[in-house]
Design a protein around this ligand. Structure first.
Ligand code: SF4
Length: 157
């Protein structure tokens, strides 16, 4: 009898938790390259990523999303790993632009590294630089991934 009532209650709690997580992504920005002006646009009033619940935050320990924007050098790669390890679970990584995804125009340099050699990546946003619409689309893909993969019922849909 108790099980009959418990299942729907777990479903509702699960829905609410996942909904809250989906619409309260707090990204820490790791911006090293010329993609940054496009990224600033996303915070401005025209594209306004806060309408999706995405609120940039200064403290990495309170953030759940690492947005890597721009080229990553080997030396800088250690810092990326360090930042990632300081974040609590669950945490997500978004690669913004061609440089972190595949080393971009610096693909043949000895000094650059792709982000997925350092930390697991959830969403890749293509472009050099990606347009603000592409960044918004990438954030919406991350929300969809959170809806599918977080919560008690993850993978059961
Ligand atoms: S992807 Fe292109 S625009 Fe972005 S940091 Fe690399 S070179 Fe610059």
């Amino acid at each position: 009898m108790a099980e009959r009532f418990a299942a729907p209650i777990y479903g509702v709690i699960d829905y609410l938790l996942t909904w809250a997580r989906k619409f309260s992504i707090w990204p820490v920005h790791f911006v090293t390259g010329c993609c940054s002006p496009e990224f600033m646009q996303v915070s401005g009033s025209r594209f306004d990523m806060e309408r999706l619940g995405v609120l940039p935050f200064a403290s990495v320990r309170q953030c759940d999303c690492l947005m890597v924007v721009g080229v990553i050098s080997r030396k800088m790669g250690e810092r990326v790993k360090y930042l990632y390890e300081q974040m609590g679970e669950p945490k997500f990584v978004v690669s913004v632009g061609a440089c972190p995804t595949g080393r971009g125009p610096f693909y043949d340099s000895y000094a650059t590294v792709a982000i997925d050699d350092l930390v697991p990546v959830d969403v890749y946003i293509p472009g050099c630089p990606p347009r603000p619409e592409a960044i918004i689309h990438g954030l919406m893909l991350l929300q969809e991934k959170i809806r599918r993969e977080c919560g008690f019922r993850a993978g059961k849909e």
